[in-house]
Design a protein around this ligand. Structure first.
Ligand SMILES: [Zn+2]
Ligand SMILES: [Zn+2]
Length: 408
């Protein structure tokens, strides 16, 4: 089969759908909905996929705004393309550009399906609607519900600035809350009867400041006292709450930093005589990069004239595609919507850039490139096996013999 001919069909097909995809992207942009409340944004994609003949399961994984749009065309690999459509809270709305991710994913899905039908290419394609990427991790719930168990590879894209790139590793994270319980007393008359929880927090901050020097490169530890340090003047402060978050490029490094930070919490308590209670919440897992999928994506993007950064550069972000990449080979290339220089996502400026011709170029390009990459994999199942082997060996390198424990 002439793959160039197939890719040129995909190119023309996506171009034909430009207006519809623009409307989809604009609709989601104009109806910003935060995580798990993306009712209209999910519905418009469900309707779109049904119109193009996908078999759509709504409320996937028990979430109102999750969906799986599937197309089967005989025996073959099962490739998934991920859509995101939640916005940011606090009036930032689509300042992360998830409307572009949705247009790219849906566009890629319908184009891959059309090519599979036209050229008799076997296999399955699913467009995955994963809610609440910005907080809540819809993809993790889908993963835990077993929705990805029969998928062989996954891909998504995310808007960025400067040069497009096949994103490599990303961060994993966790969040702590530590409460110190002391005993109130009059600070002037009988301070010896008090136990100062504020001092415990300050001891924690000092211990953490020393500890930071002893952590590996790439680890970030941030902490604050949400209620501030304003204890009543003249009183020994009986209660203080500290929140602390840690990000690290790998689970192993995170675990090491956690052990150290937990010792610092204890230091605050031991030094002051407070009691303390620590709770820990894990964030998203870091991305396991995949060179096999990445190189296919790169070749297709460059084939359509998109300049791509060398290699698979890591970034400081964190995302729930990281969790997906622990189970199946996955990529999440970051594709530019503003080429001049780097600007920060989650800002008013970035939101402005989400509605430019360059942003439309991004989702059109990504629809084509993800469809092309899907078809490359369906046409050459050996590539799928190579991507799986790479994922497995990277998991083993990161987690050793216990890697399976970390897959879901
Ligand atoms: Zn974001
Ligand atoms: Zn995002």
């Amino acid at each position: 089969m002439d793959t160039q001919q197939i890719k040129s069909f995909v190119n023309d097909y996506v171009e034909e759908k430009r207006l519809e995809l623009r409307e989809l992207s604009d609709f989601i942009f104009n109806h910003p909905e935060v995580g798990f409340e993306e009712y209209e944004s999910a519905a418009v994609q469900v309707e779109f996929l049904r119109k193009y003949g996908f078999d759509v399961t709504e409320k996937a994984g028990g979430m109102d705004t999750a969906f799986l749009g599937r197309f089967d065309n005989g025996e073959g690999p099962h490739i998934s393309i991920f859509s995101e459509y939640d916005c940011l809270p606090g009036g930032l709305d689509h300042a992360c550009g998830h409307n572009l991710i949705a247009a790219a994913a849906v566009g890629a899905g319908i184009a891959a399906k059309a090519a599979m039908e036209k050229y008799g290419i076997q296999g399955s394609v699913t467009v995955v609607g994963g809610p609440a990427e910005e907080g809540g991790g819809g993809k993790i719930k889908l993963l835990q519900a077993g929705c990805f168990d029969d998928m062989d590879a996954a891909m998504a894209v995310h808007p960025t600035s400067a040069v497009s790139r096949v994103a490599g590793g990303s961060n994993t994270s966790c969040k702590y809350t530590c409460e110190y319980f002391g005993k109130p007393a009059h600070a002037g008359n009988r301070p010896w009867e008090g136990v100062n929880a504020q001092d415990a927090a300050l001891l924690f901050f000092n211990a953490m400041a020393y500890t930071r020097q002893m952590t590996e490169d790439g680890i970030r530890i941030r902490a604050n006292i949400p209620e501030g340090m304003a204890g009543a003047i003249g009183s020994i402060v009986p209660y203080t709450r500290v929140v602390c978050s840690i990000t690290a490029p790998s689970y192993r490094m995170l675990t090491d930093a956690c052990t150290k930070v937990e010792r610092c919490f204890e230091a605050g308590a031991v030094g002051t005589g407070c009691t303390f209670k620590v709770s820990k919440e894990m964030g998203y897992k870091n991305r396991i990069p995949n060179g096999v999928l990445g190189e296919l994506f790169r070749a297709n993007a460059e084939g359509l004239g998109e300049p791509m950064m060398e290699g698979m550069p890591a970034d400081n972000g964190g995302e729930d595609m990281g969790d997906v990449s622990h189970l199946i080979p996955a990529i999440n290339p970051h594709m530019t919507i503003f080429t001049d220089h780097k600007i920060s996502g989650h800002t008013d400026l970035f939101r402005e850039k989400v509605r430019t011709p360059q942003a439309e170029h991004m989702f059109m390009l990504c629809a084509k490139v993800m469809a092309d990459t899907t078809l490359d994999l369906l046409l050459d199942p050996a590539k799928v096996e190579a991507a799986k082997a790479e994922q497995l060996s990277r998991m083993q390198a990161e987690y050793g013999d216990e890697y399976e424990k970390y897959m879901r």
